[in-house]
Design a protein. Sequence first.
Length: 137
Amino acid sequence: MGLDVGSKTVGVAVSDPLGITAQPIETIKIDEEAGELGFDRLEELIKLHKPVKFVLGLPKHMNNDEGIRAEASRNYGAKLFDKFGVPVEFQDERLTTAQAEKVLIAGGTRRENRKKYIDKLAAVLILQNYLDAHSAF
């Protein structure tokens, strides 16, 4: 299960059973500051999709340094593991949001509708990049 974790939303994607392609699921509204991390909805999705691991986007700076958002992503991953016991891995997510926006623009998605799709599409890109890098094929 791929997750694009932000401070207000978590984009969710899952892979096919063979781990070849990633598909978007949904965007969960959260409030990181208030400690509302969307775990109730994630629990429902875990029961439905039965992931063997979480792949979280790790937002690094272009010089490969990790900043505040990377730390927040690592903290979210630790809480996920503590709550659900599902292994967590991290995937460099540099430029995935920009890439997702380009895909939406190329697909003709109107500007006012892009926010609905961008986080779950970023989760797809994070998970797909991970699957491609760890493919057995």
